[in-house]
Ligand binder design. Sequence first.
Ligand SMILES: [Zn+2]
Length: 220
Amino acid sequence: MNFPSDLIAGYGRYLQKGFVRYKETHEHLAIYGQKPQVMVISCCDSRVTPEGIFHAGPGELFVFRNVANLVPPCEEDSGLHGTSAAIEYAVRALKVKHIVVMGHAKCGGVQAFRENANAPTLKGDFIGRWIKLLEPAAIAMACMPVDKLDDPQLAMEYAGVRQSLKNLETFPFVKEELEAGSLSIHGAWFDIGSGELRVMDPETQVFHTTETDVGAAEEA
Ligand SMILES: [Zn+2]
């Protein structure tokens, strides 16, 4: 099987446009290394691209994507914790100022959890075991609902982000930076169809539509 030709063609367009546009940035990044201020944890879903949504160039965002944009709690066992390793690198080595956990509409991982919440997970069932991380979110949602939403899928997507933010605080190095005021963590949610971005209010934990001055952004 050949390397996908669409990728080769896309790479050609990237070299002509994207790379040229950021040529100096690439050279600077190659010499001096990366210093992103923001880590974004989002879903693997192909429709949710953090660099695209935040219109970010190379070196600006430290992005980690996994199924359903989940942060597991800190577990100091012998398991291989990819998400935790990325968070550790972002906080300890890169010293990012912000971590954004971004959920999204029509999340297949969240939907799978909702449809199979009580199903036993099998050995080797990676997705089943992974999305069980949403269990505490479902319990929190049932016991202490933040908002009354008619849409159970949306409610679970929000709850998953809230739970991931809670889990972030279980990492000692995250907690330390939060307490020092050198790091802040944020919840967000993206609507694929409309392009709407909602940001979570840290006090109320309610998600609100983001107001942005598109005209001013275009001028910049
Ligand atoms: Zn998703």
